[in-house]
Design a protein around this ligand. Sequence first.
Ligand code: TYM
Length: 327
Amino acid sequence: MKRVFSGIQPSGELHLGNLLGALINWERLQDDHDAVYCVVDLHALTLPQAPEVLRQNTINLAQLLMAVGIDPERSILFVQSHVPQHPQLAWLMECTVSYGELSRMTAFKDKSNRDSTKFVSAGLFTYPALQAADILLYDTDVVPVGDDQRQHIEITRDIAERFNSRFGDTFVVPEHRIPPAGARVMDLQHPDRKMSKSEGESPGTIWVLEDEKKIEKKFKRAVTDSDGEVRFDIESKPGVSNLLSILGAATGKSPEALAESYTQYGPLKGDTAEAVIELLRPIQARFAELQADPAETERLLKMGADKAEAIAADVLARAKNNIGLLG
Ligand code: TYM
């Protein structure tokens, strides 16, 4: 069976982009893959985090993943810092990637340029090396992610190929799996920006745990355009195309086909809101149940870490041996 690996940061709340761009695919891929999913708390440390908030976010995110349908008995679900091989392999990755390659990462440029007075950690710069370690440690074939992670998967492939050519066959070279609809969910108020966790008031972000009334209101107020025609055209109609993509991802239909069933923006907004609410309802209910028992979540995460470590230890030993470190 092919192996799938992916990760998500416990920095702030989960939003609709995370769900449609990545988590829906994570859930589906469990059926016919050997799946390994990780709450990447070490990655979250690249930006400032309050310790208590980080701890709570990590548990909540693990519970949300289970609420979405990640089954810790069937798949491996764990927290990155519980498996020490991740930062260990990351050092080997840092020594295999160049300063120039890391400097070209758009995620680094975006995050480090936002505020020039801000503290920019070295970890933010070397982040892709840790991400490459996450993926390569599990002999991963497929990495389900949203479109914004494309470049990080590309650099992971480059690192794996370079390591293999220098030190002999060591790593499986992975492929990304980006969904046809929902890979790039945009902010409802600013359809030229992707929906993200880092907005303050966030009228353009739908949270996975948000209540129905608020979701309806946000969709009703979603920015569209004034030409009144429902058409899937990301360049010239970003707002309408975003609604069609969301509706498509939530219902499993293509945005282009959906466009043909609408002549007005109002019903499109209403149906999109309804489809999203239907999608979120069982997730919210299941999350409420799981939240009542954090000790059980911690037990499941420890079990996941043990299973993950059993795989990661072998792969790290292979890499250390091939690069010339003493066993
Ligand atoms: P993170 O935590 O920012 O996001 C988790 C997943 O959600 C996707 N995503 C979106 N998809 C569609 N539209 C959006 N607006 C949107 N916003 C986020 C992301 O593409 C991602 O799949 N670097 C990663 C975490 C990571 C990782 C890994 C991923 C660490 N190690 C190894 C895969 C494999 C990140 O920050 O994702």
